[in-house]
Design a protein around this ligand. Structure first.
Ligand code: MN
Length: 204
C-alpha cells in the first residue's frame, strides 16, 4: 500500500448484505461504491493535478487545492476505518471486552455512560461529519471527538480507534432523515474486537 502512488478503494471485510437489517445491502453498496469511491477519485485527481502543475511549473490556488485534498483524503481514510469497525450482527454489537472495556469504564464510569455520550456526539454533529473515539497518548486517555465534514476539528496525532459516519449519505436510504435511529442501529454492528485491537496496539 505504501508504495502505491494513488489511493485505492478497499474491499469490505464482509458482504454488502451482511450488516442488515441495521444497514441494508443497497445503503451499504451505494455508500461504498459511490460515495467512498468519489473521495478516492477526488483525492487522486488532485494529486494528478498537482503533479502536472509541478511538471509545467504552473500556478495553482494552493489554499483551495489543499482544502479539497484534505476533504477527500480525510473522507477516504475515515471510510476505510469505518468499514473495519463494523461487523455483521452477532459478531458485532453487544459490549466491548479486553482493555477497551477497562479503558472505557475508567474514563466514562460505565459503558452505558460512554454509549450515551458517543450517541449524543454523533447525533449533534453539525451538518455532515463523524463521531470518533480517539486516544490521547499524552494523557493515556480516550476521548470522544466530533469531526465536521471529513477533516475539521481533528486533533493532530491523536489516533482514532472508532468512527461513526453521520453524513446523510450513510443512512438516508434506510432511515430517511432520522440520524438518531441510524446511530441507535450502529450499536448493533460495531465490531468491538477491532476497536479493542486498535486500542491495545496503542497501549503497547
Ligand atoms: Mn460516508
Amino acid at each position: 500500500m505504501s508504495s502505491e502512488k494513488f489511493y485505492v478503494l478497499p474491499q469490505l471485510p464482509y458482504g454488502y448484505g451482511d450488516l442488515a437489517p441495521y444497514m441494508s445491502e443497497e445503503q451499504l453498496r451505494i455508500h461504498h461504491t459511490i460515495h467512498h469511491q468519489a473521495y478516492v477519485n477526488g483525492a487522486n485527481a488532485i494529486l494528478k493535478r498537482l503533479e502536472e502543475a509541478r511538471k509545467g511549473n504552473l500556478d495553482i490556488d494552493v489554499k483551495a487545492v489543499l482544502k479539497e485534498l484534505s476533504f477527500n483524503i480525510g473522507g477516504h481514510v475515515l471510510h476505510s476505518m469505518f468499514w473495519r469497525n463494523l461487523a455483521p450482527p452477532g459478531k458485532g454489537g453487544g459490549k466491548p471486552g479486553g482493555r477497551l472495556a477497562d479503558t472505557i469504564e475508567k474514563e466514562f464510569g460505565s459503558f452505558e455512560r460512554f454509549r450515551k455520550e458517543f450517541t449524543q456526539a454523533a447525533v449533534s454533529v453539525e451538518g455532515s461529519g463523524w463521531a470518533a473515539l480517539a486516544f490521547c497518548r499524552i494523557l493515556g486517555r480516550p476521548l470522544i471527538m466530533q469531526i465536521e465534514k471529513h477533516n475539521l476539528n481533528i486533533y493532530p496525532a491523536f489516533p482514532i480507534i472508532m468512527v461513526l459516519d453521520v453524513f446523510e449519505h450513510a443512512y438516508y436510504i434506510d432511515y430517511k432523515n432520522k440520524r438518531a435511529d441510524f446511530v441507535e442501529a450502529f450499536w448493533n454492528i460495531v465490531d468491538w474486537d477491532e476497536v479493542n485491537k486498535r486500542l491495545e496496539a496503542l497501549l503497547g
